[in-house]
Design a protein around this ligand. Structure first.
Ligand code: KIV
Ligand code: NA
Length: 265
């Protein structure tokens, strides 16, 4: 199949074809997700939670993100690979951001980067886009600012924050983002701001009116059993499947039924 580009995503939006995005952090999973038709694979800084077991996305480093991205890129033939710039690698200055983004592009072979924020990162995005690096924006709940928000609750329920988001998405479009993630905002607002721009929006906990959807793969596969927000739909119960398989394996080893003759040389 023809590789997905940022241009493909724009064409999908124009054709009314919804975009399916998932997170990926390793080669084996990326291969399966890519072969199963996911259009975009996000090497999310959610790797900090899902891969490393941290409470927040703040601790993950650029070196860690680059390692995950290298692994994912090796498993992909069709999907567009987008890599999160982690906390602390782009907020200082547009110069620092460019240095970080160039490392991702040169060292991983990924196709684009994503960073969080609106107005305050516009100058930075301008610099990256001008340098030829495709940028995906991220508005609404931006987990790198969790200690400013204080909670992971729905954002932009109040008029002031909704107005800011309306302005931010326009600025992100103007400065050249090829797409914007909208995380955990009211569905009506997500629909409205999607209609206010011509670039595709990708929602997570933002209702059905965006141009596409993204979920953390480990959430939708039922691997992260103690994380159950309403926006996650479980398409499998892999934690249960794996538990059953491992329990069976342990029992077979204990009672000597694994390996049998056909599994021996
Ligand atoms: O890091 C991540 O997984 C993300 C998505 C949830 C959009 O940013
Ligand atoms: Na992220």
């Amino acid at each position: 199949a023809r590789p997905v580009t940022t241009q493909t995503l724009l064409e999908m939006r124009e054709a009314g074809t919804r975009i399916a995005m998932l997170t990926a952090y390793d080669y084996t999973s990326a291969r399966i997700l890519d072969a199963s038709g996911a259009d975009v694979l996000l090497v999310g800084d959610s790797a900090s939670n899902v891969m490393a077991g941290h409470e927040t996305t703040l601790p993950i480093t650029l070196d860690h993100m680059i390692y995950h991205a290298q692994c994912v890129v090796r498993g992909v033939q069709r999907a567009l690979v987008v890599v999160d710039l982690p906390f602390g690698t782009y907020q200082g200055s547009s110069r620092e951001a460019l240095r970080s983004a160039i490392r991702v592009m040169k060292e991983t072979g990924a196709h684009a980067i994503k960073l969080e924020g609106g107005e305050r990162v516009v100058e930075t995005i301008d610099r990256l886009v001008t340098s030829g690096i495709p940028v995906m924006g991220h508005l609404g709940l931006t987990p790198q600012s969790i200690y400013k928000f204080g909670t992971y609750k729905v954002r932009a329920r109040e008029d002031e924050e909704a107005d800011q988001l309306r302005a931010d998405i326009k600025r992100l479009e103007e400065v050249g983002c090829f797409s914007v993630v909208l995380e955990k905002i009211p569905a009506a607002l997500a629909t409205e701001v999607t209609e206010s721009v011509s670039i595709p929006t990708i929602g997570i906990g933002a209702g059905g009116g965006t141009s596409g959807q993204v979920l953390v793969t480990h959430d939708m596969l039922g691997l992260t059993v103690d994380f159950n927000p309403r926006f996650v739909r479980h398409y499998a119960s892999l934690a249960e499947t794996v538990t059953g398989a491992v329990q069976q394996y342990v029992q077979d080893v204990r009672d000597g039924t694994f390996p049998d003759e056909s599994e021996s040389y």
